[in-house]
Each structure stands twice: as structure tokens, then as C-alpha cells.
Design a protein. Structure first.
Length: 171
């Protein structure tokens, strides 16, 4: 009977000493250094700059056209000025709406790409965790989901390397 109790206690002690494998990923570093994110950022930087130039040139065009209309209609009656300015105002509103629509479309496209990027990162972390026997992989960020983690448990670089290799291979 004593042997059974000793074996049972030893078994409990042995199983309670086994810990599940855990690690953490520095989310900010992972996202900051992921090449696909850098490429998306550069792509939208170029698009934003192009749209800003377009917006500026339209603004200058409208300014010149508005000044010409003011000069032309300076001696006209209020009604005649209204007739002269109405098509200009409509064109101005239409162009502003088009620019707003382009900005909204770009924001939607950007958000779609960022969502896809985050999904790719989540899948890479899950795949890495399963392949390497981790029970948990935590995310570390400034908000404090992991306040401290031993450097040996930081797998950020491994996952980042895997992501960048996969991204390079897909290009």
C-alpha cells in the first residue's frame, strides 16, 4: 500500500513539474521589420503623394478659373454673376467629391492589405508554434500583455525570418 502511495505521489510530482512550452513575440518589432509591411507602406506613400499633387493641381486650376470668373463678372449684376459662377461651383464640388472618393478608396484598399498582412502574421505564428511544440505564444507590446520575458523565450526573430523568407519567395 505504501508503495502505491509513493508511486502515486512521485507521478503527481513528475507531472506537476512538467511545464508547457511558452514563448513570446515582440509584436511591434515583428510588424516594424516585416518586409511586406514596409512594401505596403512605401506603395501607399507613393499613392498619397500622387493624390496630394493631383489635389494641389486641381486646387490651382480652380483658383485660376475662379479668379478669371471674378474678373469677368466684376461689373455684372448679382443675377448674372450667379449664372456665371454656378457651373464653376458645380465643377468645383464635383472635383472635390472625386478626390474624396479616391481618398476613401485608397484608405479601404490600405486597410484590406493591412488586415491581410496581420492575418499572415497570425498564421505564421500559429504555424511556428505548432511546428515547434509551443502551448502558448504571447504577444509583447507597449500596452503590457507581456511585461517581461526572458530573452531565450523571445521568438520574434525566428518568426520574422520565416515571414520575410516566405514573402521574398512569393514575389
Amino acid at each position: 500500500m505504501k508503495k502505491i502511495i509513493v508511486i502515486a505521489l512521485a507521478s503527481v510530482a513528475l507531472f506537476s513539474c512538467q511545464q508547457e512550452k511558452t514563448a513570446f513575440v515582440n509584436n511591434e518589432k515583428l510588424i516594424e521589420e516585416y518586409q511586406e509591411r514596409k512594401d505596403i507602406e512605401e506603395k501607399y506613400k507613393v499613392k498619397v503623394e500622387a493624390l496630394a499633387k493631383k489635389k494641389d493641381s486641381i486646387g490651382k486650376f480652380l483658383q485660376i478659373e475662379g479668379a478669371a470668373l471674378q474678373a469677368k463678372g466684376a461689373n455684372f449684376s448679382k443675377e448674372k454673376q450667379q449664372e456665371l459662377y454656378t457651373p464653376y461651383m458645380q465643377k468645383s464640388q464635383l472635383l472635390q467629391q472625386q478626390i474624396q472618393q479616391e481618398e476613401q478608396l485608397m484608405a479601404q484598399q490600405s486597410q484590406t492589405e493591412i488586415d491581410s498582412l496581420l492575418k499572415t502574421i497570425d498564421e505564421a505564428i500559429s504555424t511556428y508554434g505548432e511546428a515547434n511544440g509551443y502551448a502558448y505564444i504571447f504577444g509583447k507590446n507597449k500596452v503590457g500583455s507581456v511585461l517581461y520575458g526572458a530573452e531565450k523565450n523571445d521568438i520574434t526573430t525566428d518568426i520574422l525570418d520565416n515571414l520575410n523568407k516566405s514573402y521574398s519567395a512569393a514575389e
